[in-house]
Design a protein around this ligand. Sequence first.
Ligand SMILES: *Cc1c(COP(=O)(O)O)cnc(C)c1O
Ligand code: SF4
Length: 407
Amino acid sequence: MNEREKRAISLKRAQELKDSIKDYSIKKSSIKTGLTNLDMIEENKRRIIKVFNVSEEEWNDWKWQLSNRITDVDKLSKILNLSKEEINQIEMIGKKFRWAISPYYASLMDPDDSSCPIRRQAVPSIEEMVETGEADPMAEEFTSPVEGITRRYPDRLIVKVTNQCAMYCRHCQRRRCIGQKDLGLPMDVLKKCVEYIRNEEDIRDVLITGGDALLISHKTLEWLLSELYEIPHVEIIRIGTRTPVTMPQRITKELCELLSKYPPIYLNTHFNHPMEITREAKKAADMLCSAGVVLGNQAVLLRGINDNVHVMKKLNQELLKIRIRPYYIFHPKEVIGTGHFKVKVQKGMEIMENLRGFTSGLAIPTYIINAPKGKGKTPILPNYILVWEEDKIKLRNWEGEVFYYPN
Ligand SMILES: *Cc1c(COP(=O)(O)O)cnc(C)c1O
Ligand code: SF4
Protein backbone atom coordinates (compact mmCIF):
# COMPACT_ATOMS: atom_id res chain seq x y z
CA MET A 1 0.00 0.00 0.00
CA ASN A 2 1.46 3.36 -0.91
CA GLU A 3 1.38 6.56 1.13
CA ARG A 4 -1.53 7.97 -0.85
CA GLU A 5 -3.67 4.93 -0.22
CA LYS A 6 -2.84 4.99 3.49
CA ARG A 7 -3.78 8.66 3.67
CA ALA A 8 -7.07 7.98 1.89
CA ILE A 9 -7.93 5.27 4.43
CA SER A 10 -7.01 7.60 7.29
CA LEU A 11 -9.20 10.35 5.88
CA LYS A 12 -12.13 7.97 5.55
CA ARG A 13 -11.60 6.84 9.11
CA ALA A 14 -11.45 10.43 10.35
CA GLN A 15 -14.80 11.08 8.69
CA GLU A 16 -16.23 7.96 10.33
CA LEU A 17 -15.05 9.19 13.72
CA LYS A 18 -16.58 12.60 13.10
CA ASP A 19 -19.87 10.97 12.18
CA SER A 20 -19.86 8.87 15.34
CA ILE A 21 -20.31 12.02 17.47
CA LYS A 22 -22.40 13.99 14.98
CA ASP A 23 -25.39 13.80 17.25
CA TYR A 24 -23.48 15.43 20.08
CA SER A 25 -21.74 17.97 17.85
CA ILE A 26 -25.16 19.26 16.79
CA LYS A 27 -26.72 19.30 20.28
CA LYS A 28 -23.70 20.45 22.23
CA SER A 29 -24.03 24.17 21.56
CA SER A 30 -27.72 24.19 22.53
CA ILE A 31 -26.92 22.89 26.02
CA LYS A 32 -26.59 26.05 28.04
CA THR A 33 -23.81 26.56 30.52
CA GLY A 34 -23.46 29.22 33.17
CA LEU A 35 -20.88 30.86 30.94
CA THR A 36 -22.94 30.94 27.75
CA ASN A 37 -26.15 31.95 29.51
CA LEU A 38 -24.53 34.95 31.11
CA ASP A 39 -27.22 37.46 30.13
CA MET A 40 -29.97 35.61 31.96
CA ILE A 41 -27.83 35.19 35.06
CA GLU A 42 -26.84 38.86 35.08
CA GLU A 43 -30.44 39.95 34.73
CA ASN A 44 -31.53 37.61 37.52
CA LYS A 45 -28.75 38.89 39.71
CA ARG A 46 -29.79 42.51 39.19
CA ARG A 47 -33.37 41.62 40.07
CA ILE A 48 -32.39 39.70 43.22
CA ILE A 49 -30.01 42.43 44.35
CA LYS A 50 -32.94 44.84 44.12
CA VAL A 51 -35.21 42.52 46.13
CA PHE A 52 -32.60 42.38 48.90
CA ASN A 53 -31.53 45.99 48.43
CA VAL A 54 -27.81 45.21 48.80
CA SER A 55 -24.56 46.30 47.25
CA GLU A 56 -22.49 44.24 44.84
CA GLU A 57 -19.88 44.04 47.57
CA GLU A 58 -22.27 42.37 50.00
CA TRP A 59 -23.44 40.00 47.27
CA ASN A 60 -19.84 38.88 46.81
CA ASP A 61 -19.43 38.18 50.52
CA TRP A 62 -20.19 34.57 51.40
CA LYS A 63 -21.33 35.52 54.88
CA TRP A 64 -23.97 37.73 53.32
CA GLN A 65 -24.96 34.93 50.95
CA LEU A 66 -25.24 32.49 53.82
CA SER A 67 -27.23 34.67 56.18
CA ASN A 68 -29.55 35.78 53.39
CA ARG A 69 -30.48 32.38 52.08
CA ILE A 70 -33.97 32.29 50.73
CA THR A 71 -36.08 30.19 53.07
CA ASP A 72 -39.59 31.55 52.63
CA VAL A 73 -41.93 31.43 49.73
CA ASP A 74 -42.70 35.18 49.85
CA LYS A 75 -39.13 36.02 49.02
CA LEU A 76 -38.88 33.23 46.49
CA SER A 77 -41.97 34.44 44.65
CA LYS A 78 -40.29 37.83 44.18
CA ILE A 79 -37.44 36.05 42.41
CA LEU A 80 -39.20 33.33 40.43
CA ASN A 81 -42.54 33.38 38.72
CA LEU A 82 -44.45 30.91 40.86
CA SER A 83 -48.07 29.87 40.36
CA LYS A 84 -50.52 29.96 43.27
CA GLU A 85 -50.41 26.22 43.31
CA GLU A 86 -46.61 26.11 43.46
CA ILE A 87 -46.63 28.63 46.30
CA ASN A 88 -49.02 26.47 48.33
CA GLN A 89 -47.03 23.36 47.60
CA ILE A 90 -43.70 24.90 48.58
CA GLU A 91 -45.27 26.07 51.83
CA MET A 92 -46.55 22.57 52.53
CA ILE A 93 -43.25 20.81 51.74
CA GLY A 94 -41.37 23.39 53.79
CA LYS A 95 -43.15 22.11 56.90
CA LYS A 96 -41.80 18.64 56.26
CA PHE A 97 -38.37 19.17 54.72
CA ARG A 98 -36.05 22.04 55.26
CA TRP A 99 -35.09 24.20 52.30
CA ALA A 100 -32.70 27.12 51.81
CA ILE A 101 -31.29 28.62 48.64
CA SER A 102 -28.36 31.02 48.42
CA PRO A 103 -29.22 34.19 46.48
CA TYR A 104 -26.33 33.32 44.15
CA TYR A 105 -27.73 29.89 43.29
CA ALA A 106 -31.17 31.46 42.79
CA SER A 107 -29.61 33.76 40.19
CA LEU A 108 -28.86 30.72 37.99
CA MET A 109 -32.53 29.74 37.80
CA ASP A 110 -34.82 30.28 34.89
CA PRO A 111 -37.56 32.38 36.56
CA ASP A 112 -40.22 31.15 34.13
CA ASP A 113 -39.48 27.46 33.83
CA SER A 114 -40.33 25.16 36.72
CA SER A 115 -38.47 22.30 35.04
CA CYS A 116 -35.21 24.29 35.03
CA PRO A 117 -32.50 21.87 36.24
CA ILE A 118 -31.21 24.42 38.73
CA ARG A 119 -34.69 24.98 40.16
CA ARG A 120 -35.36 21.27 40.46
CA GLN A 121 -32.27 20.87 42.63
CA ALA A 122 -33.22 23.70 44.95
CA VAL A 123 -36.93 24.50 45.04
CA PRO A 124 -39.16 22.08 46.99
CA SER A 125 -41.50 20.03 44.86
CA ILE A 126 -44.81 18.39 45.73
CA GLU A 127 -43.29 15.11 44.55
CA GLU A 128 -41.28 15.04 47.76
CA MET A 129 -44.43 13.96 49.60
CA VAL A 130 -44.19 10.45 48.16
CA GLU A 131 -43.18 8.22 51.05
CA THR A 132 -40.95 5.65 49.37
CA GLY A 133 -37.35 4.90 50.22
CA GLU A 134 -35.46 4.78 53.47
CA ALA A 135 -34.51 7.53 55.87
CA ASP A 136 -30.98 6.21 56.24
CA PRO A 137 -30.01 4.11 53.22
CA MET A 138 -26.35 4.49 54.13
CA ALA A 139 -26.83 2.86 57.56
CA GLU A 140 -24.25 5.27 58.84
CA GLU A 141 -25.25 4.58 62.43
CA PHE A 142 -23.51 1.24 62.36
CA THR A 143 -20.17 2.41 61.03
CA SER A 144 -19.40 5.18 63.46
CA PRO A 145 -16.62 4.15 65.89
CA VAL A 146 -16.74 7.60 67.51
CA GLU A 147 -19.23 10.42 67.19
CA GLY A 148 -18.62 12.39 63.99
CA ILE A 149 -16.66 9.68 62.16
CA THR A 150 -17.89 7.15 59.61
CA ARG A 151 -15.42 4.38 58.86
CA ARG A 152 -16.54 2.07 56.16
CA TYR A 153 -13.26 1.32 54.41
CA PRO A 154 -9.97 0.01 55.75
CA ASP A 155 -7.60 2.93 55.15
CA ARG A 156 -9.81 6.02 55.05
CA LEU A 157 -12.72 7.59 56.85
CA ILE A 158 -14.96 10.61 56.88
CA VAL A 159 -15.36 13.23 59.58
CA LYS A 160 -18.71 14.99 59.45
CA VAL A 161 -17.86 18.38 60.86
CA THR A 162 -21.24 20.05 60.44
CA ASN A 163 -24.73 19.36 59.16
CA GLN A 164 -24.93 22.79 57.59
CA CYS A 165 -24.91 23.43 53.84
CA ALA A 166 -25.04 26.58 51.74
CA MET A 167 -28.14 25.13 50.11
CA TYR A 168 -30.34 22.18 50.96
CA CYS A 169 -30.40 20.15 47.77
CA ARG A 170 -33.72 18.47 47.07
CA HIS A 171 -31.98 15.26 46.08
CA CYS A 172 -29.76 15.13 49.17
CA GLN A 173 -29.03 11.61 50.31
CA ARG A 174 -28.15 12.78 53.78
CA ARG A 175 -31.53 14.31 54.53
CA ARG A 176 -31.65 12.49 57.81
CA CYS A 177 -28.63 14.44 59.05
CA ILE A 178 -29.53 17.76 57.52
CA GLY A 179 -31.69 18.71 60.44
CA GLN A 180 -33.87 21.67 61.16
CA LYS A 181 -31.05 23.27 63.12
CA ASP A 182 -27.57 24.12 61.90
CA LEU A 183 -25.05 22.29 64.02
CA GLY A 184 -21.30 22.21 63.87
CA LEU A 185 -19.54 19.42 65.71
CA PRO A 186 -18.62 20.73 69.19
CA MET A 187 -14.90 21.17 69.79
CA ASP A 188 -14.64 18.36 72.36
CA VAL A 189 -16.21 15.91 69.88
CA LEU A 190 -13.89 17.10 67.12
CA LYS A 191 -10.94 16.55 69.45
CA LYS A 192 -12.07 12.97 70.01
CA CYS A 193 -12.26 12.43 66.25
CA VAL A 194 -8.66 13.60 65.86
CA GLU A 195 -7.68 11.39 68.78
CA TYR A 196 -9.28 8.37 67.09
CA ILE A 197 -7.45 9.07 63.82
CA ARG A 198 -4.16 9.55 65.67
CA ASN A 199 -4.54 6.11 67.25
CA GLU A 200 -5.49 4.32 64.03
CA GLU A 201 -2.32 3.99 62.02
CA ASP A 202 -4.09 2.44 59.06
CA ILE A 203 -5.95 5.65 58.33
CA ARG A 204 -3.98 7.40 55.60
CA ASP A 205 -6.80 9.42 54.02
CA VAL A 206 -9.17 11.67 55.99
CA LEU A 207 -12.19 13.14 54.29
CA ILE A 208 -13.64 16.22 55.98
CA THR A 209 -17.28 16.50 55.05
CA GLY A 210 -20.76 17.17 56.43
CA GLY A 211 -23.13 18.67 55.44
CA ASP A 212 -20.62 20.91 53.82
CA ALA A 213 -17.06 20.97 55.17
CA LEU A 214 -16.54 24.62 54.24
CA LEU A 215 -19.38 25.85 56.41
CA ILE A 216 -17.33 25.61 59.57
CA SER A 217 -15.43 28.64 60.79
CA HIS A 218 -12.00 29.50 59.50
CA LYS A 219 -10.62 28.97 62.98
CA THR A 220 -12.06 25.48 63.37
CA LEU A 221 -10.92 24.46 59.90
CA GLU A 222 -7.45 25.78 60.59
CA TRP A 223 -7.30 23.86 63.85
CA LEU A 224 -8.52 20.63 62.25
CA LEU A 225 -6.17 20.81 59.26
CA SER A 226 -3.16 21.56 61.41
CA GLU A 227 -3.99 18.71 63.79
CA LEU A 228 -4.44 16.21 60.96
CA TYR A 229 -1.31 17.45 59.22
CA GLU A 230 0.71 16.60 62.32
CA ILE A 231 -0.36 12.94 62.26
CA PRO A 232 2.41 11.05 60.44
CA HIS A 233 0.19 8.33 58.95
CA VAL A 234 -2.36 10.79 57.49
CA GLU A 235 -1.02 11.09 53.96
CA ILE A 236 -3.80 13.08 52.35
CA ILE A 237 -6.68 15.27 53.46
CA ARG A 238 -9.86 15.53 51.45
CA ILE A 239 -12.58 18.13 51.66
CA GLY A 240 -16.18 17.55 50.58
CA THR A 241 -18.03 20.76 49.74
CA ARG A 242 -20.67 21.98 47.36
CA THR A 243 -19.82 25.64 47.91
CA PRO A 244 -18.01 26.04 44.54
CA VAL A 245 -21.45 25.31 43.05
CA THR A 246 -23.93 26.81 45.46
CA MET A 247 -21.91 29.62 47.04
CA PRO A 248 -18.57 30.10 45.23
CA GLN A 249 -18.00 33.32 47.22
CA ARG A 250 -16.92 30.98 50.02
CA ILE A 251 -13.64 30.36 48.17
CA THR A 252 -11.83 33.40 49.49
CA LYS A 253 -8.20 34.41 49.35
CA GLU A 254 -7.98 33.79 53.06
CA LEU A 255 -9.34 30.24 52.69
CA CYS A 256 -6.96 29.48 49.83
CA GLU A 257 -4.02 30.71 51.86
CA LEU A 258 -5.04 28.35 54.62
CA LEU A 259 -5.49 25.35 52.30
CA SER A 260 -2.16 25.97 50.57
CA LYS A 261 -0.39 25.29 53.86
CA TYR A 262 -1.50 21.67 54.12
CA PRO A 263 -0.74 19.87 50.85
CA PRO A 264 -1.82 17.54 49.45
CA ILE A 265 -5.46 18.57 49.76
CA TYR A 266 -8.02 17.03 47.45
CA LEU A 267 -11.33 18.87 47.25
CA ASN A 268 -14.37 17.16 45.79
CA THR A 269 -17.38 19.18 44.86
CA HIS A 270 -20.79 18.44 43.40
CA PHE A 271 -21.69 19.93 40.01
CA ASN A 272 -24.70 18.27 38.40
CA HIS A 273 -25.42 20.46 35.38
CA PRO A 274 -23.42 22.64 32.95
CA MET A 275 -25.55 25.67 33.97
CA GLU A 276 -23.73 25.55 37.31
CA ILE A 277 -20.43 26.32 35.62
CA THR A 278 -20.40 30.10 35.89
CA ARG A 279 -17.82 32.87 35.99
CA GLU A 280 -17.94 32.72 39.80
CA ALA A 281 -17.49 28.94 39.87
CA LYS A 282 -14.59 29.20 37.46
CA LYS A 283 -12.96 31.86 39.59
CA ALA A 284 -13.35 29.66 42.68
CA ALA A 285 -11.79 26.71 40.85
CA ASP A 286 -8.92 28.89 39.60
CA MET A 287 -8.19 30.16 43.09
CA LEU A 288 -8.22 26.65 44.56
CA CYS A 289 -5.94 25.35 41.81
CA SER A 290 -3.52 28.18 42.41
CA ALA A 291 -3.47 27.19 46.06
CA GLY A 292 -2.38 23.73 44.99
CA VAL A 293 -5.69 22.06 45.79
CA VAL A 294 -6.58 19.16 43.49
CA LEU A 295 -10.20 19.36 42.36
CA GLY A 296 -12.67 16.59 41.63
CA ASN A 297 -16.39 16.32 41.03
CA GLN A 298 -19.01 13.92 42.33
CA ALA A 299 -22.21 14.23 40.36
CA VAL A 300 -25.47 12.47 41.13
CA LEU A 301 -27.47 11.05 38.26
CA LEU A 302 -30.87 12.75 38.53
CA ARG A 303 -34.01 12.46 36.46
CA GLY A 304 -34.79 15.65 34.60
CA ILE A 305 -31.47 17.20 35.49
CA ASN A 306 -28.64 15.23 33.93
CA ASP A 307 -30.08 11.84 32.91
CA ASN A 308 -29.08 12.52 29.35
CA VAL A 309 -25.97 11.39 27.49
CA HIS A 310 -25.34 14.79 25.94
CA VAL A 311 -25.87 16.82 29.11
CA MET A 312 -23.60 14.53 31.09
CA LYS A 313 -20.88 14.62 28.44
CA LYS A 314 -21.07 18.39 28.28
CA LEU A 315 -20.94 18.66 32.07
CA ASN A 316 -17.77 16.58 32.24
CA GLN A 317 -16.10 18.44 29.41
CA GLU A 318 -16.97 21.82 30.91
CA LEU A 319 -15.61 20.69 34.28
CA LEU A 320 -12.26 19.82 32.72
CA LYS A 321 -12.13 23.32 31.23
CA ILE A 322 -12.17 24.75 34.74
CA ARG A 323 -9.67 22.14 35.96
CA ILE A 324 -12.11 19.97 37.86
CA ARG A 325 -11.68 16.27 37.15
CA PRO A 326 -14.91 14.20 37.06
CA TYR A 327 -14.48 11.58 39.80
CA TYR A 328 -17.80 9.84 40.45
CA ILE A 329 -21.31 9.71 39.09
CA PHE A 330 -23.53 8.34 41.81
CA HIS A 331 -26.66 6.44 41.05
CA PRO A 332 -29.44 8.07 43.14
CA LYS A 333 -30.25 6.21 46.32
CA GLU A 334 -33.66 5.39 47.68
CA VAL A 335 -34.08 8.19 50.17
CA ILE A 336 -37.49 9.36 51.39
CA GLY A 337 -38.59 12.45 49.53
CA THR A 338 -36.30 12.00 46.54
CA GLY A 339 -38.22 9.37 44.56
CA HIS A 340 -38.94 11.80 41.73
CA PHE A 341 -35.24 11.90 40.85
CA LYS A 342 -34.94 8.14 40.41
CA VAL A 343 -33.56 6.80 37.16
CA LYS A 344 -32.94 3.32 35.88
CA VAL A 345 -29.44 1.81 36.04
CA GLN A 346 -29.70 1.31 32.27
CA LYS A 347 -29.64 5.08 31.88
CA GLY A 348 -26.39 5.37 33.79
CA MET A 349 -24.93 2.53 31.72
CA GLU A 350 -26.00 4.26 28.53
CA ILE A 351 -24.24 7.43 29.68
CA MET A 352 -21.04 5.57 30.50
CA GLU A 353 -21.21 3.71 27.20
CA ASN A 354 -21.45 7.06 25.42
CA LEU A 355 -18.42 8.49 27.18
CA ARG A 356 -15.71 5.83 26.85
CA GLY A 357 -13.93 6.26 23.55
CA PHE A 358 -16.19 9.09 22.45
CA THR A 359 -14.52 11.68 24.67
CA SER A 360 -11.31 12.20 26.66
CA GLY A 361 -10.70 9.58 29.31
CA LEU A 362 -10.26 12.51 31.70
CA ALA A 363 -13.93 13.38 31.20
CA ILE A 364 -15.06 9.92 32.34
CA PRO A 365 -15.92 9.48 36.01
CA THR A 366 -16.61 6.13 37.67
CA TYR A 367 -20.29 5.25 37.88
CA ILE A 368 -21.12 4.11 41.41
CA ILE A 369 -24.02 2.42 43.11
CA ASN A 370 -23.92 2.74 46.86
CA ALA A 371 -24.77 -0.74 48.03
CA PRO A 372 -27.73 -0.95 50.46
CA LYS A 373 -27.11 -0.96 54.19
CA GLY A 374 -23.81 0.86 53.88
CA LYS A 375 -22.08 -1.99 52.08
CA GLY A 376 -20.01 0.49 50.12
CA LYS A 377 -19.42 2.05 46.76
CA THR A 378 -19.84 -0.43 43.95
CA PRO A 379 -18.54 0.49 40.48
CA ILE A 380 -20.86 -0.21 37.58
CA LEU A 381 -19.27 -0.51 34.18
CA PRO A 382 -20.58 -1.45 30.77
CA ASN A 383 -19.31 -4.92 30.08
CA TYR A 384 -16.31 -5.06 27.80
CA ILE A 385 -15.43 -8.70 28.51
CA LEU A 386 -17.80 -10.90 26.54
CA VAL A 387 -16.40 -14.39 27.12
CA TRP A 388 -13.68 -15.84 29.35
CA GLU A 389 -11.84 -18.75 27.83
CA GLU A 390 -8.92 -20.79 29.12
CA ASP A 391 -6.24 -19.06 27.08
CA LYS A 392 -8.03 -16.04 25.72
CA ILE A 393 -10.81 -13.56 26.41
CA LYS A 394 -13.36 -12.22 24.01
CA LEU A 395 -13.60 -8.44 24.27
CA ARG A 396 -15.39 -5.63 22.60
CA ASN A 397 -14.10 -2.12 22.19
CA TRP A 398 -15.89 1.23 22.62
CA GLU A 399 -17.31 1.01 19.10
CA GLY A 400 -18.64 -2.50 19.64
CA GLU A 401 -15.95 -4.22 17.60
CA VAL A 402 -15.35 -7.75 18.91
CA PHE A 403 -11.89 -9.29 19.22
CA TYR A 404 -9.91 -11.95 21.07
CA TYR A 405 -7.06 -11.21 23.41
CA PRO A 406 -4.59 -13.78 24.77
CA ASN A 407 -4.95 -14.51 28.48
C1 LIG B 1 -17.38 7.75 49.93
C2 LIG B 1 -16.75 7.45 51.19
C3 LIG B 1 -15.35 7.45 51.34
C4 LIG B 1 -14.41 7.78 50.19
O1 LIG B 1 -14.44 6.79 49.22
P1 LIG B 1 -13.47 6.88 47.94
O2 LIG B 1 -13.99 5.82 47.04
O3 LIG B 1 -12.10 6.64 48.44
O4 LIG B 1 -13.63 8.24 47.37
C5 LIG B 1 -14.81 7.13 52.56
N1 LIG B 1 -15.61 6.83 53.60
C6 LIG B 1 -16.95 6.81 53.50
C7 LIG B 1 -17.76 6.45 54.68
C8 LIG B 1 -17.57 7.14 52.29
O5 LIG B 1 -18.89 7.14 52.22
S1 SF4 C 1 -24.61 20.18 49.68
FE1 SF4 C 1 -24.47 17.93 49.75
S2 SF4 C 1 -24.93 17.38 51.90
FE2 SF4 C 1 -25.62 19.50 51.57
S3 SF4 C 1 -27.78 19.33 50.99
FE3 SF4 C 1 -26.59 19.37 49.08
S4 SF4 C 1 -26.24 17.21 48.58
FE4 SF4 C 1 -26.85 17.31 50.76
